[in-house]
Write a protein that binds this ligand. Structure first.
Ligand SMILES: [Zn+2]
Ligand SMILES: [Zn+2]
Length: 331
């Protein structure tokens, strides 16, 4: 904010005698016919026709006389036109500068069409009903008696081998044990840097027959590429190369497959040297095949549940309306 603002005269036209371009601060009354200034007739002068209001002291926006509508200085206790008091009066309305660009109208309509809300509510209600129907179809069950037709199990151990893995990363995230690292400059991101200012002059109605000019500036930005080192490298990592499986139908006691012939010491180093192998993740599954009235269901169950059901045994089983079995009903 400038310490010493320059005040310029607003202009007004006399509606009584049609004299145009009167000064807002100097001409509180029309110099031609003597009519009081009408603050609603104030306007900004054209570019280049501004008249400075010399020695002007801003004391606040004018108050509008409640009896004769004349504008009066904040410093005046009584209307200079008719003598009425200041009490209970309002300040004059300020004039907006039409020379400054108006804010762009929003692309969204300000009032949403209320009519469409009605049918939208019905669509939501119908959708909710459909969802409830589907949930009901998939969750409601009826109990049937099923016979255990088959029991199967499978167990698998994955075998991992230490091997060379090629990868690439930004320099700050290259692993510490990487080797064969080769990097080149690449654009990693962009950042915004200030690139000058967009300024325009705004004229502000002070409400006392004068206006001031104000510089309104916004900082402009531009995108600048940010470069970094992109590195390709090699690391030694455990990778799954094969798996060992064991599966037997109807066997009562599942066992893990025997892992033999691991390359534990290859080619001369210990575990962790290139080419050496180790046991990795284990997977297991236990399946009961159940039948009733010509229908069959397969249930993947935990081992402790699976081991309770002998082949040929009968058990209650919950069946959904869609035909699928609720395997969690097997306990
Ligand atoms: Zn006049
Ligand atoms: Zn008055």
């Amino acid at each position: 904010m400038a310490e010493e603002e320059i005040y310029y005269e607003m202009l007004w036209d006399c509606t009584q005698c049609n004299t145009k371009g009167l000064l807002g601060d100097s001409h509180r009354h029309c110099p031609t016919c003597g009519a009081a200034q009408d603050p609603t007739e104030r306007y900004f002068p054209k570019e280049g026709e501004e008249v400075e209001a010399k020695n002007h002291k801003f004391v606040g926006a004018d108050w509008s006389c409640a009896y004769c509508s004349s504008p009066n200085s904040q410093a005046a206790a009584h209307c200079t036109n008719c003598g009425a008091g200041q009490d209970g009066t309002k300040p004059v309305a300020l004039v907006a500068d039409k020379a400054t660009p108006e804010p762009l109208p929003s692309t969204m309509p300000t009032t949403a069409p209320k009519r469409s809300m009605g049918w939208l509510r019905w669509v939501f209600a119908a959708l909710a009903l459909v969802v409830i129907g589907i949930v009901f179809l998939f969750t409601s069950t009826k109990e049937t008696t099923a016979t255990v037709a088959q029991r199967t199990w499978a167990r698998e151990i994955q075998i991992e081998q230490m091997g060379r893995v090629a990868d690439s990363a930004w320099r700050d995230s290259v692993p510490g044990d990487a080797y064969g690292v080769s990097c080149s400059r690449e654009q990693r991101s962009t950042k915004q840097v200030p690139d000058g200012q967009d300024c325009h002059t705004e004229r502000v109605d002070k409400g006392d027959g004068t206006f001031v000019k104000r510089q309104e500036c916004t900082t402009r930005y531009r995108d600048v590429p940010v470069y970094d080192d992109r590195c390709s490298y090699t690391v030694n990592r455990w990778r799954t190369v094969r798996s060992v499986k064991a599966d037997t139908q109807n066997a009562m006691n599942p066992v893990w497959p025997t892992v033999s012939n691991l390359n534990a010491n290859f080619p001369g180093g210990g575990v962790g040297s290139l080419g050496s192998e180790r046991e990795g993740t284990r997977h297991e599954s236990y399946v009961l095949t159940l039948g009733s009235g010509g229908k069959t269901w397969t249930c993947n169950v935990p081992e402790n549940v699976w081991s309770k059901y002998q082949e040929g045994a009968t058990t209650p089983l919950k069946v959904r309306l869609t035909g699928g079995a609720d395997c969690s009903s097997l306990k």
